[in-house]
Design a protein. Structure first.
Length: 244
C-alpha cells in the first residue's frame, strides 16, 4: 500500500467565529488522486485553504509524517505542497512564461534549475508554449486554468491541491483538464481534487469523500461512491438527467 502523505484528524477551521469545518478526518496516500465532492458552501475550499496554511485551523495535520499545523504558507510550499485556487490567481498583466517562472520559486530556493520544469510544463500544455509571450489576462478560461495548474507544477510538488478546476469551463475544456489530471497520476504526484462536477471527479479519482455542512458524510473508493445510491441521487442524478 502506498505510504501516507497527508493525514488530517479532527480538523476545525473557518472564518472568524464562524466555524466551517467540524472535526474533519481525511487522508491521502502518495501517488493517488483523492477527491472531495459536495454542494456549494459545504466547506471544500475552506478545507484546501486550511491545509495550505491560508486559514488558521485546529486539529492534527501531518504531511509526510511530520506535523505542519504551525508551519507557514511559505514553509508548506517549500515542503512540496501546492494549491491551485478557484480564482486561479494569475498575474494578468504578465506574460505566460513569467507566470510560470514565478511558480518555480521553490526550485530556485532549492538551488535547482527551473528551466527543466518549464519545458515539462510546456510539454504538458503545448498551447501555453505557443502563447508564452501573451499576457495571462488575455487567455481564454481554459488556457488560464492550464496556466494555473502548470504554474503550480513548476514547484515540482509532491501534493497538488486543485480547487474546482472545471469551474466555468466549456465541456470540451473540462474533459481536457480531467484528462490532464489523470495523466499527472503517472508522474507520482499526489492530487487532492475539490470538485462540484462529481461525475468527472469520481471517474478520475482513486478515493473520494463527500463533504456536507463541514463534515464528512460518506467516504470510500471512488468507484464505489459512484455507485452509492445516495451519491447517485444527490450528486450524479441531475447530471445524468441533463446528459440524457
Amino acid at each position: 500500500m502506498a505510504e501516507l502523505l497527508l493525514n488530517v484528524r479532527d480538523l476545525h477551521a473557518g472564518y472568524g467565529r464562524a466555524e466551517v469545518l467540524h472535526g474533519l478526518n481525511l487522508t491521502a496516500r502518495a501517488g493517488k488522486v483523492i477527491t472531495v465532492i459536495g454542494p456549494n458552501g459545504a466547506g471544500k475550499s475552506t478545507l484546501l485553504n486550511a491545509l495550505m496554511g491560508v486559514l488558521a485551523a485546529r486539529g492534527t495535520l501531518e504531511y509526510d509524517g511530520e506535523p505542519i499545523g504551525l508551519r507557514t504558507l511559505e514553509e508548506r510550499v517549500m515542503l512540496g505542497m501546492a494549491l491551485v485556487p478557484e480564482t486561479r490567481a494569475l498575474f494578468g498583466t504578465m506574460p505566460v512564461e513569467d507566470n510560470l517562472l514565478l511558480g518555480g520559486y521553490r526550485q530556485v530556493r532549492l538551488g535547482k534549475d527551473g528551466r527543466a520544469a518549464l519545458e515539462e510544463a510546456y510539454a504538458l500544455f503545448p498551447r501555453l508554449k505557443e502563447r508564452r509571450a501573451q499576457l495571462a489576462g488575455t487567455l481564454s478560461g481554459g488556457e488560464r486554468q492550464m496556466l494555473a495548474v502548470a504554474r503550480a507544477l513548476m514547484s515540482r510538488p509532491a501534493l497538488l491541491m486543485l480547487d474546482e478546476p472545471s469551474l466555468g469551463l466549456a465541456p470540451l475544456v473540462v474533459r481536457d483538464i480531467f484528462r490532464t489530471i489523470a495523466g499527472l497520476r503517472a508522474t507520482g504526484v499526489t492530487i487532492l481534487l475539490v470538485e462540484q462536477n462529481a461525475r468527472a471527479a469520481l471517474e478520475v479519482a482513486d478515493y473520494g469523500y463527500v463533504l456536507e455542512m463541514g463534515e464528512i458524510a460518506l467516504e470510500g473508493p471512488a468507484a464505489e461512491l459512484a455507485r452509492d445510491p445516495r451519491v447517485v441521487e444527490t450528486y450524479l442524478g441531475a447530471q445524468k438527467r441533463s446528459a440524457g
